[in-house]
Write a protein that binds this ligand. Structure first.
Ligand SMILES: NC(=O)c1ccc[n+]([C@@H]2O[C@H](COP(=O)([O-])OP(=O)(O)OC[C@H]3O[C@@H](n4cnc5c(N)ncnc54)[C@H](OP(=O)(O)O)[C@@H]3O)[C@@H](O)[C@H]2O)c1
Length: 388
């Protein structure tokens, strides 16, 4: 029986993770749940999974939750960073599922690793901001850090039984999002509703917008660099609109191993929790016969500028990827609240990056400071260039 702390339980990954944990309740026990502000959903989860502790984003939400959930004695309610860190480091926890959205996931995830917990990682922002520090800590503590992201799960699966030194490159696949065949003129007109309408995956709003701008693929490339100890020039990206080939590894003899599957996050979530076993599920099997076509094309870096900005941040290194990530969070949120247009997302990120003098990023504190400063810069740029 593995004891699980799930951070981000009310989100898209969180809800799918709970389905897996419920399906395999003979193998996993939920000991703690972390969420943001969706206390109605969290209260239902508390009733169903009986965690011994939960944490929410702020004191006010914690107060509201204490009023709402049924059995006040059985479950401790914590809040804020301190609360998430406490859940991530609980003595009884074996594995932390890190599925919060954004930079908020970094400190709890890093604390979990430092406390010797295994981590199943969905929160790619953790790796974008501080992948080198996270991997070094995981190595030091001897914990496993297994990816939930479907592309990284595919790479991880395609590496099994092979030697890392034989890897020539990895190929991350991208659906291309809803605007794959749009012109820049068309992209200038898209609304949040258009961008939230992802062709293949049902995900939280931030990652759905990141998929529409292709920033998501840039963040994933940086995540892959750290997770699999690669140079950026060993990471290629191909647009694959069907989202069936989740990614591939090319070895030095040209042999290419891919992982395929129906696009459903329950598969990589379950694998990260049950590795090396593949657990049974109720999903329909992959029916390649009726799909008929799997197509691949190069991404258009001129049209999808967020992807080139992410690759640029990766090659600059140090604190620049954390700045890219922070500026992107501000830009996506501004787009979702209709303060800026779709094409202003890369514009705001680029301006924020231009104002940053990167530091080596040798400590979590340095990375958090860069994140904080980048948010302030991006908000100031937003007010100066995009208001009214
Ligand atoms: N969805 C996918 O298919 C997918 C695939 C691969 C990787 N990922 C990664 O997984 C992570 C989660 O994605 P998602 O799609 O599940 O996002 P989501 O649906 O928006 O859920 C995010 C979760 O994080 C919580 N949260 C947000 N901001 C928070 C904060 N400041 N403090 C504490 N909790 C906070 C939310 O709480 P409330 O809703 O209660 O406010 C929710 O539980 C992201 O890093 C994403 O890139 C997702």
């Amino acid at each position: 029986m593995k004891n699980i702390t799930l951070l981000g339980s009310t989100g898209s990954i969180g809800v799918n993770a709970l389905k897996v944990l419920e399906m395999y309740s003979d193998q996993f026990r939920v000991v703690a749940l972390g969420a943001g502000r969706n206390i109605e959903r969290l209260a239902t989860q508390i009733e169903q999974f009986h965690p011994s502790a939960v944490a929410v984003q702020d004191a006010e939400t914690a107060h509201q939750l204490r009023e709402l959930y049924p059995d006040k004695q059985a479950c401790k309610v914590l809040w804020g960073n301190g609360g998430f860190i406490e859940l991530a480091t609980l003595e009884e926890t074996d594995t932390v599922i890190s599925a919060m959205m954004g930079a908020a996931g970094l400190l709890p995830t890093f604390s979990a690793i430092r406390a010797g917990k295994n981590v199943a990682l969905a929160n790619k922002e953790t790796m974008v901001m501080a992948g080198g520090l996270v991997m070094a800590e995981a190595k030091k503590q001897g914990v496993s850090l297994l990816p939930i992201d479907s592309e990284h799960s595919a790479i991880f699966q395609s590496l099994q039984g092979h030697l890392n030194e034989d890897v020539r490159r990895i190929i991350l696949t991208a659906s291309g999002g809803p605007f794959r065949s749009f012109s820049l003129e068309q992209m200038a007109q898209v609304t949040p509703e258009d961008a939230l309408n992802h062709p293949n995956w049902l995900m939280g709003p931030k990652i759905t917008i990141d998929s529409a701008t292709l920033m998501n693929k840039g963040l994933e490339a940086i995540e892959a660099k750290w997770l699999f100890d690669l140079h950026m020039d060993q990471i290629s990206i191909l647009v694959h609109p069907q989202s069936i080939v989740h990614s591939m590894v090319e070895y030095r003899d040209g042999s290419t191993i891919a992982q395929l599957g129906v696009p459903d996050m329950m598969i990589p979530i379950a694998y990260a929790l049950s590795y090396p076993r593949h657990l049974e599920n109720a999903l329909p099997p992959l029916d390649l016969g009726s799909l008929r076509t799997l197509s691949f094309e190069e991404p258009d870096l001129d049209k999808f500028k967020c992807l080139s900005l992410a690759l640029k941040a990766a090659s600059t290194g140090g604190t620049m990827p954390a700045v890219l990530n922070a500026a992107n969070e501000i830009a996506v949120s501004a787009f979702l609240s209709r303060k800026i247009g779709f094409l202003a997302i890369p514009d705001l990120i680029e301006r924020t990056m231009e104002k940053h003098a990167p530091l080596p990023g040798e400590s979590i504190e340095e990375v958090m400071d860069a994140d904080d400063l980048a948010r302030k810069t991006a908000k100031a740029l937003l007010a100066k260039h995009y208001s009214g």
